[in-house]
Design a protein around this ligand. Structure first.
Ligand code: GLN
Length: 542
């Protein structure tokens, strides 16, 4: 029997609903339950794939090739359950489905309306593809009171009513602001937010209250009284030092116990949170520190590189060090000498990216890393820039470029027009729609024996997630190899370069895929583990 947890947010956005949902997923898992986590996003884009990282932060890609909300990354990192296309839906997708059905004539002449047609489509999504999950956790994006989220709130109200209250629980995340002149945590915004939900027919069962300090019992009693919940269901969600502390802290506050109690589940046996406690210990007592420069374009908005930052942290956990990230806008390397910005770092990483702006700066950073033998990790765009740098400065192809930036006499990186997905051939051209049309999701890669990448993975065949439209042009392979670049991983048909490396360097690897998407705190990705290890070794040298 699957139970549903609906998680809504009130008062303000950015309270960490995604992390809270992920943490509850982890706690239920630690109690032996199978969980699935999903997100309902109220915006009109069909998926976040076409949105700028400045708008939306990172786009998280699933194995089955969906471009999804970054919260799915938190879910996957905290629970280890691979996210799927069926775990993220938007208003845009719901409406496209409903309109397609209307055009097909599926509604048999009915007037198509938000209730019941849109809400039915949302409910179908909520219970689709849940397999044998004991719990499905559904996070509703946005904040209660937004016009856009109304159909979603109506759908979860209906769904809970159909399931019965013993199979559905409403968790509401709110904020208790501290007003210094009054010296008090204020409960009124929470009361208003809960009332707003009540006016939509939803009674919150559990309130998760964010605050920057301890919540006095009196405030909890007041919230319980006004919000119509038992006082033990007013859970404190204090600020913590690292997101990996959240499961332990929420457990100490009784979050998972109250969720279980709602469903009549016995909570006498303590969940095993040993792994989480150990991670927190490692973070608190590192044996050292390394600094990694991340040379990218969206550096003012760390959300744009969420999984990347976490994967670097995981690499740090594996080596018992703290990883300091030095976010550098690549454009500065186009006007100034790169040296003094990069001289003191132990590793340089160029992450995924799009468009010409800042590309020459990234190429300059690659050159610095190569020539000065600083560990270099290029991801997707970062690999493409590394190959262009090698083409220009090692293979003597002075005008090497990418067709992403317009016509170029030496298209060392070019538009992917055709590739294999299993037994089918995917085709694209310059006219193709931008949405959902990249080479997306998990693809196999065959490793070249004897290379560093092969040794790091310890496997002949691997699978990683992709999100790119351009690709290193294999026709330049012989010239690049003659100059010293090694193609350490290729698509199984030998056509698409997936991994490159430089043997005459302590650690220089570029990958066409996004390994950061699969790294977990308990299972750091081998490339990140090895990259940070190389950075630790460099820190001992200098
Ligand atoms: N812009 C490049 C491409 O489309 C790289 C994409 C990326 O880094 N994710 O191929």
């Amino acid at each position: 029997m699957t139970r549903f947890v609906f998680i809504t947010g009130g008062v303000v956005s950015s309270l960490g609903k995604g992390i809270s949902s992920a943490a509850l997923g982890a706690l239920l898992q630690a109690r032996g339950f199978k969980v699935r986590l999903r997100k309902l996003d109220p915006y009109l884009n069909v998926d976040p794939g076409t949105m700028s990282p400045f708008q939306h932060g990172e786009v998280f890609v699933t194995d089955d090739g969906a471009e999804t909300d970054l919260d799915l990354g938190h879910y996957e990192r905290f629970t280890g359950v691979p996210a799927r296309r069926s775990d993220n839906v938007t208003t845009g997708r719901i409406y496209s489905t409903v309109i397609a059905r209307e055009r097909r004539g599926d509604y048999l002449g009915a007037t198509v309306q938000v209730i019941p047609h849109v809400t039915d489509a949302i409910k179908e999504f909520i219970s689709d593809d849940i397999g044998d999950a004991d719990f499905v956790l559904c996070e509703i994006g946005g904040t209660v009171g937004d016009i856009e989220s109304l159909p979603f709130l109506e759908a979860i109200r209906q769904k809970a009513n159909e399931l019965g209250r013993d199979r559905a629980v409403f968790v509401h995340l709110t904020l208790l602001p501290h007003i210094s002149s009054a010296g008090e945590l204020k409960t009124k915004p929470t009361q208003h937010s809960v009332k707003e939900l009540q006016s939509l027919g939803i009674q919150a069962d559990i309130l998760l209250c964010r605050s920057d300090r301890e919540i006095p019992d009196e405030a909890r009693r007041k919230i319980a009284l006004f919000c119509n919940v038992p006082v033990e269901c007013v859970i404190a969600a204090p600020d913590v030092g690292t997101i990996y502390e959240v499961p332990v802290v929420y457990h100490e506050q009784g979050f998972d116990v109250q969720v279980c109690k709602h469903f009549g589940i016995d909570t006498e046996v303590e969940p095993d949170l040993g792994g989480w406690r150990r991670i927190v210990e490692t973070i608190r007592k590192p044996e050292g520190k390394v600094t990694i420069a991340v040379v990218g374009k969206y550096t003012q908005l760390p959300d744009a590189y969420k999984s990347l930052a976490e994967a670097l942290n995981h690499g740090g956990f594996a080596n018992n060090v703290n990883v300091d990230l030095n976010w550098i806008d690549s454009e500065i390397f186009e006007t100034e000498d790169a040296v003094h910005h990069l001289e003191s770092v132990e590793g340089i990483l160029v992450p995924g990216g799009f468009g010409e702006r800042g590309a020459e700066g990234k190429i300059a950073a690659v050159r610095f890393a190569r020539e000065r033998k600083v560990p270099y990790f290029g991801i997707c765009f970062g690999m493409q820039m590394a190959v262009i740098e090698a083409a220009r400065n090692m293979a003597g192809i002075a005008r090497a470029g990418s067709t992403e930036f317009g016509p170029t006499p030496e298209p060392v990186v070019g538009l992917l027009t055709e590739w294999k997905r299993g037994n089918t051939v995917e085709r694209r051209n310059v006219e193709s729609d931008l949405g959902g049309s990249m080479r997306l999701g998990a693809y196999p890669c065959r490793m070249k024996p004897g290379t560093l990448a092969h040794e790091i993975y310890g496997a002949d065949d691997i699978s990683e997630r992709h999100r790119h439209r351009y690709e290193v042009n294999i026709n330049y392979g012989p010239r690049l190899e003659a100059a010293g670049l090694v193609f350490s991983g290729l698509s199984p048909d030998g056509v698409l370069p997936e991994i490159i490396e430089l043997p005459d360097h302590p650690w220089f690897i570029g990958v066409q895929f996004h390994p950061e998407l699969k790294s977990k705190p308990f299972d750091p990705h081998p490339l990140f583990k090895s990259f940070i290890q190389a950075a630790v070794e460099r820190s001992r040298l200098v």
